[in-house]
Design a protein around this ligand. Structure first.
Ligand code: F6R
Length: 248
């Protein structure tokens, strides 16, 4: 596992955006789609802003990009203020030339009995495209990646999960209170994340310092799903100084 430490999240986000832009362009020159795995939350906001800037000011095209988001709350209406569909449109999709049929976000409106087959199909679509070329991740304070909470197995599939209490507390500021914060979500499983050819995990700020140390230097354990990335052959943790401050 690699760690790259930047002065601040702005510089780090620019570097990651450049890597993604370079990959998109290589794939364009090969007339291939570029398959991106995308995250929501606060951590990738600067990255998406920089990708939008590269599109508007430097002509970076997203016409060959096919994306799969990690997760969505369940239940969730796509036009709700807290939906990850809304987040992705506002942060990225509405501002670049990605084709609407080319982005995928787990559907928070399914009826319960349809979720399992929907999740299987989500993975089949990724596999049919040859897998994820580059997966962007954030990390929860408990070490979750996507919404693979503590206890998620390394071979876990895309599925409906119960959110940890700490995850719901962290999310509750977006909802009116804890009671109104979703209890479940659909998440890409750890297996598909581990199969991505390249993984970049973003973490900023002191509140992530402990879990970054555990994930990168601690034992590989289902208690800390991000620790599985120690076994990935091309994963990098991109950190600001504060998030890296507890690394030995
Ligand atoms: C979001 C996701 C989550 C977040 C994590 C960190 O799609 O998969 O794992 O990346 O909860 O969230 P922030 O970036 O808000 O600290």
């Amino acid at each position: 596992i690699g760690t790259l430490v930047y002065e601040d999240s702005a510089n780090a986000s620019k570097a990651v955006a450049q890597e993604i832009a370079d990959l998109i362009k290589v794939k364009q020159s090969q007339k291939q789609p570029c398959i991106l795995g995308l995250a929501t939350g606060s951590s990738p906001k600067g990255l998406y802003a920089e990708l939008v800037r590269l599109h508007k000011e430097e002509g970076l095209s997203f016409k060959n990009v096919i994306s799969f988001n990690l997760d969505e709350y369940y239940p969730m209406e796509p036009d709700s203020v807290n939906s990850y569909v809304r987040f992705m449109k506002e942060q990225l999709f509405n501002h670049v030339d990605i084709l609407p049929e080319n982005y995928h976000i787990p559907d928070g409106t399914l009826s319960k009995e349809n979720i399992a087959s929907y999740c299987d199909q989500y993975e089949v679509k990724i596999e049919a495209l040859g897998g994820i070329d580059l997966q962007v991740l954030g990390i929860g304070g408990n070490g979750h990646i996507g919404f693979n909470e503590s206890g998620s197995l390394q071979n876990s599939r895309t599925r409906l999960v119960a959110l940890d209490h700490i995850t719901r507390v962290a999310a509750s500021s977006d909802f009116s209170d804890l009671e109104n914060t979703p209890r479940t979500a659909i998440t890409l499983g750890v297996k598909k994340i581990m199969e991505a050819k390249r993984v970049i995990l973003l973490a900023w700020g002191e509140r992530k310092a402990d879990i970054i140390r555990k994930s990168t230097e601690g034992e590989v354990t289902s208690r800390v799903p991000a620790s599985y990335l120690q076994e990935h052959n091309n994963a990098t943790f991109v950190l600001d100084k504060a998030a890296a401050s507890k690394l030995t």
